[in-house]
Design a protein around this ligand. Sequence first.
Ligand SMILES: *Cc1c(COP(=O)(O)O)cnc(C)c1O
Length: 361
Amino acid sequence: MQKIYFTVGPSQILPSVAGYIEHAITEDVLSMNHRSAAFSSLYRSVDTGLKELFNIPTEYSIFFVSSGTEAMERVIENGVEKISAHFIEGKFGDRFYEVAQELGRDPIMFQQQGLSGFDWSKIELPKDVELLAFTHNDTSTGIELDMKQVCRLRSNYPDALVVLDVVSSIPYVDIDYSHTDCVFFSVQKGFGLPAGLGILVVSPRAIQQSRELKARGVVIGTYHSYPTLQKSYEQFQTPETPNVLGIYLLDKVVKEFLEVGAMAIREQTEQKAEMLYNFFSSQKGFRPLIDLAHLRSNTTLVVEVERGSKELIDQLDAKGIVVGSGYGEHKNDHIRIANFPAHSMEDIDRLIITIEEILRR
Ligand SMILES: *Cc1c(COP(=O)(O)O)cnc(C)c1O
């Protein structure tokens, strides 16, 4: 039996992907040389498609990396000599902060108040802060960042680079690039693709900053640094042999999303999220972890299960429905449910009906 995956990553694969993989085989994509014109044309197509889909300014660069976690390392190495500020709403924000620590930088952190977001009025940063690091949607807690406040804060620190981890909220998140320098994501969540590819979108200003760091003798990386990635990007190439199949599949999915349109994707995501939150809010024994409705994630929902989540997860699995367990120490207290484009309205209905059946027993 093929199961449906509501896990937050890797997640459900889009139904069209099997056909794209077959095409990749028959069209010899699997042996495509990464220095060939065919590869450059594929890279250019992804670049154009992503820029159109997400309104990314043409002068920004789009780099291929291996994962979201690699992108965290790249943005710190290439953007920070001493101080980065990290806004932490869960385990993924923690990880980003640790990356800066492990790279020998001097990061500072702000924690949210309970599970109700940051007290923005209390945030004061050193004048020489070089980078502000945000997780748009923390997948461990199912909380969404208040982007209006990010823009407001940014205006007080215009010299700092603003970085957004959107791994678990793309393609839903709508980014204002006039306030954002670096954005990164991987493909195994909202793009409905197999894992193994990360995307890093970088402003000219961020690339300039990495060149200045390098000139001052800061180590900005050898295998992937902004200057080496940029040099290759200018020819639509990559420094190393990349995940060509992953890039090919991404190109196909970006085209598919363009057909639907970013607005429609956002509306459908919100409708499905509302169905799920309404269900869990009205169901005895369940409670959405985040109380404030405007901070609740639309793409990765975290729900407390009063009697513990393990049994429910197993019962759903037996019916071919895979939902995520809680993150870390909350493994057995929460369920986590992904709401990505690969999850249709019918899939959401099926999930809700199946939980109702289980509860009636
Ligand atoms: C999954 C996830 C990551 C890690 O991405 P990888 O591609 O697995 O390295 C980072 N940030 C967030 C918010 C995530 O959900």
